[in-house]
Design a protein around this ligand. Sequence first.
Ligand code: SF4
Length: 447
Amino acid sequence: MALSGVQIFKLLPKTNCKKCGHPTCLAFAMKLAQRQVSLDLCPDVSEEAKKVLGEASAPPIRSVTLGAGDKAVKMGEETVLFRHDKTFVNQCAFAVEVKDTMSADEINAVVDQVLGSEIERVGQKLRIDAIFVSNASGDAGKFEAAVKAIAAKAPEVPLILSTTNPAAAEASVKAVAANKPLLYGANKSNVDAMASVAKTHKVSLGVAAEDLDGLTELTDKIKELGVEDMVLDSGARTAKEIMRDNTYIRRAALKKGNKSVGYPVITFAQRDDVMLETLIASLGVMKYASIIVMSSIDRWKSLALFTLRQNIYTNPQVPLQVKQDIYKLGTPTSDAPLLITSNFSLTYFIVSGEIEGSKVPVRLAVLDTEGLSVLTGWAAGKFTAAKIAQFIQESGIEKEISHKELIIPGYVAILSGSIEDKLPGWKITVGPREANGLPAFLKARTN
Ligand code: SF4
């Protein structure tokens, strides 16, 4: 159960020495209670207090990592129910199911899809994160062979090994233990054996229950058996059940300090109807799933889900930003227009979308305004004549283009004179106020 600030204060040295960077022990205790600081900041805390506070200050949802290496996926550590309260921390992983009854060609085709799924959007690499290998055949040898074949072809892709057969679990986990797969399939009838496999090979364990009560009994038992890293499946399969159970689990972990459900959640979205499957997966993105398993990953589906996930898991206090640079849109020649805008991603996407729609090749200078739009950036002193001039001068663009004309957004027409003062020899042209005026503006210049 989470401790209050006053309860934590009673366990601190109470010397107000300020070594933790806080004026008093009470101030530090209040921050600890809100999980805004780490106990490590106090060098004088006693071992006994550390034990009590360490437990109490642990994240309400345990951090569990799926896979190893660069493509490993960190899950859990969430602290809020609603994104606007603070931020969601570790974005959910998308996994696609491969059955060990599929032919080698079919398995290879899915693995190729996973390997080719990565796209870059607003500076982030987005991909299908994992492969869920299911022991549909019920045969331990077939399962192990499928797992080995996938791991050989895609060694960096995290795997979820789904079986309720402890012998199949042992063989397959042993084969890829170094890749830190998630072993999924511990239930009330196999829990001892599955926990033993997970413990022996130091991998996390997916716990499959029929309801929430059954889930807490299982996680408590598995913890007693010495396995700390778990992923929860409450048995929810319909949209209504997923919404209900995932919300109960998150709420119980955060608001009630219920450690039995303080783990990441796996949600199964597989449906014959791909549109319905995408909708269920979307529900998982929004409502607390850490892993979402799907039966297929057509491009349209993954792009839609990537975008939703990116929107849900960005920090609402930090706007999405594009890297400061000069971007080529189309294939601009040296005399192509040079425009400038801010690095707020929405601004960039709207402006670049309108330019691309115009089919006029241009260079688009994107100034770092810390994610503010042009007008807000100007008001906040981030989109100023001095910053624009410095950016243009330091970019080296003068060597790349055959003119010295910069087109600025109409909203900051007021800056044109001062930019010309700071960029001697340059002509500043005022473009349209709204991005949707750009196609006509650019086409008129080429006529
Ligand atoms: S470092 Fe520890 S003892 Fe010193 S003020 Fe902070 S909490 Fe109190």
